[in-house]
Ligand binder design. Structure first.
Ligand SMILES: *Cc1c(COP(=O)(O)O)cnc(C)c1O
Length: 391
């Protein structure tokens, strides 16, 4: 079997998935980026700058917390990787800082991004404030209304939030506008927030998030004497927190990797975002991947109670890994996620993000042995979801 951690190939493919399906006008941009990343990826000075910013600014390493309550309930050993304790409340800041360092090394002064729920926008605006970059965030007009607190945070941080007014006025349209802006301003750096988009973005984002599994290895070794768990569980929107939590375990065949998909109202309800289960191959946002589409190739509107998982595609790395059987995917409904969030809050005093609650809920459907050591990636904190929880 192909070693997943050594992918993608030169053209950005993970098996049949990935690649760079971009307009001719953007070809020089993605090539310039691929070259810059290749140079910096193994540059020790770049790497140590990145790591020290994660340590001193973001608050890494994040704890690997033994949940005694969940361990007792499921009769095995369960650790939570506390990405919720990162500055700005989720894993997204790891990637934002890494890519802005990369942008700076390329001489860029302006960052352009799109955001749906606003989490990626906030992480980007934060890192731009810190690193003196101009920041423009495209956001669907409807999302601007739904996510007002995050819009205010971005603006207070100095970002310019531009409404996308076409189509369904949500994430997909914000992405189109951001790409259009990039075509017209090739000097801007386009910052993608998950392991999606044209090559080299999936590889770049997985690289900057792989710090999560690196830390898991070191922390587990200290706590248990062994550096690998038997299972790693993470939720998947585009798949960046999952890619980060899985990365250093891809080539360790005895570690089971479990990607949790948002089943919304149920797999058969027509209202879900369970891409890896219901999706079929097609090109979305510049890469060949699995996506939810109708028989005419029109992208279907996804649904999840959590805004971060409400995405009609999945990163090509996951499409390949799930398709080849290395990663298993499990659906979790809105209702199951809500119950899991409440349970963790009451038993551990940790309010998880709705996205992360999907990963927690999967503990109920995975077969567990008493000897199992399970790591659940707690991708973010639930302050943003409080009003949903209270309802
Ligand atoms: C954005 C987000 C996700 C989903 O994005 P991935 O790229 O799949 O990780 C999951 N959890 C939280 C807390 C998020 O903010």
């Amino acid at each position: 079997m192909t070693k997943i951690a050594s992918l993608p190939d030169e053209m950005g493919f993970y098996g049949d998935f990935g690649g760079a399906y971009v307009p001719e006008l953007l070809r020089p941009n993605v090539e310039e980026l691929a070259l810059a990343f290749k140079e910096k990826k193994n540059d020790p000075v770049f790497h140590s700058t990145y790591i020290s910013m994660l340590e001193d600014y973001v608050g890494r390493p994040t704890p690997l917390y033994l949940s005694e309550k969940l361990s007792t309930k499921h009769d095995c050993t369960i650790y939570l990787k506390r990405e919720d304790l990162n500055h700005t409340g989720a894993h997204k800041i790891n990637n934002a800082i890494g890519q802005i360092l990369l942008a700076k090394s390329m001489g860029k002064t302006q960052i352009v991004a799109e955001t749906g729920a606003g989490q990626h926008g906030v992480a980007t605006a934060t890192a731009c404030a810190l690193m003196d970059m101009e920041c423009i965030v495209f956001m669907g007009e409807i999302d601007i209304e739904r996510q007002a607190p995050n819009v205010q945070r971005m603006e207070f941080l100095g970002a310019k939030v531009v409404p996308a007014t076409s189509g369904s006025k949500t994430l997909k349209d914000a992405t189109n506008e951001a790409i259009r802006y990039w075509i017209n301003h090739p000097d801007a750096y386009y910052l993608i927030g998950s392991v999606v988009g044209p090559h080299p973005y999936p590889e770049i984002v997985a690289h900057f998030q792989s710090i999560i599994s690196k830390e898991i290895q070191e922390q587990l070794k200290k706590k248990t004497g062994k550096s690998s768990p038997s299972k790693v569980i993470a939720c998947v929107g585009g798949g960046s927190n999952a890619a980060g939590a899985f990365f250093h375990f891809y080539d360790e065949e005895n570690v089971e990797l479990i990607a949790v998909e948002a089943a919304g109202h149920g797999l058969k309800s027509g209202k879900s975002a369970a891409t890896s289960i219901l999706g079929t191959p097609g090109v979305l946002h510049g890469s060949m991947t699995l996506l939810m589409q109708d028989e005419f190739g029109q992208v279907t509107e996804p649904h999840s109670i959590s805004a971060g998982l409400d995405y009609p595609g999945i990163g090509p790395l996951h499409a390949y890994s799930i398709d080849s059987g290395r990663t298993k995917s499990i659906p979790v409904t809105d209702q199951e996620a809500l119950i899991a969030a409440q349970e963790l809050t009451k038993s551990e005093g940790i309010i998880p993000a709705l996205e992360s609650a999907h990963a927690l809920a999967a503990l109920n459907s995975v077969e567990l042995e008493p000897s199992d050591i399970v790591v659940v990636n707690l991708s973010g904190r639930g302050d943003k979801d409080l009003s949903t929880y209270l309802k």
